[in-house]
Design a protein around this ligand. Structure first.
Ligand code: MD3
Ligand code: FE
Length: 212
């Protein structure tokens, strides 16, 4: 029995429009990981400030036409890296191919991301419950790729008060968030310290979006 093929084929609906694809990104990792390491050495993830004046616990970098930025002036998408004052590098072909294949498998055959946010979590880093509202076209899904240490993903509903379910996301898991779920509250519980054989003591999440 081919356990790997079986796992990579799993397709788990989480909510209206949200599909969890455990291990979907694993076959892409040998090409993806060197690309990502190279990107991060040239464009290190930065600790941004929230508009409330607090440092984010997650560090971020971006690829694609639009990079997500946060500062005391507000947050949203910028065509320029605020640190290097240059356009962000293009999304590598392997990441575009992964995003398109995952979106298609989840029922979104025309996904055209123009933004790839890279969230870097050290042990203890977390992301509070929030909605993603900085994009213009809510009919486009969001594709997220988990890399490195596992995380407990908190997935709520349309109201902040809706009960959140806890989803254990592992290295190589992909989740596609479209339809109703696109507006749902979500967050990430504090990352537990550990070592991942490829990625070390951190979690990296790629979030592919059509920003504009
Ligand atoms: C569910 N990042 O950057 S990705 C974010 O793991 C963010 O780094 C998390 O939330 C992370 O905004 C989660 C998964 C994700 C992204 C967008 C969503 C889940 C979502 C939008 C709606 C519902
Ligand atoms: Fe989010």
């Amino acid at each position: 029995m081919d356990l790997f093929a079986e796992q990579a084929a799993a397709h788990i609906p989480l909510a209206e429009g949200a599909v969890w694809l455990p291990g979907f990104a694993l076959p892409y990792m040998p090409a993806l990981w060197p690309c990502l390491q190279q990107h991060l050495s040239a464009h290190p993830a930065q600790q941004m400030m929230t508009p409330m004046g607090h440092p984010m616990s997650v560090k971020t970098s971006s690829m694609g036409h639009w990079g997500w930025v946060s500062s005391p002036q507000g947050y949203g998408y910028s065509a320029h890296d605020p640190v290097r004052q240059q356009p962000w590098p293009a999304i590598p072909a392997v990441i575009m191919a992964l995003a398109a294949a995952a979106a298609e498998k989840a029922g979104y055959p025309t996904f055209t991301p123009d933004s790839c946010l890279i969230n870097l979590y050290a042990p203890g880093s977390k992301m509070g419950l929030h909605q993603d509202k900085d994009e213009t076209d809510f009919s486009q899904p969001i594709v997220s790729v988990s890399i490195g240490l596992p995380a407990t993903f908190l997935f709520g509903g349309a109201q902040r008060s809706d009960k959140a379910v806890r989803i254990p996301l592992q290295h190589g898991d992909v989740v596609v968030w479209g339809g109703e779920s696109r507006r749902y509250y979500h967050g990430v519980a504090a990352i537990k310290p550990n070592q991942h054989p490829l990625v070390g003591n951190r979690r990296i999440n790629l979030t592919l979006r059509k920003a504009k």
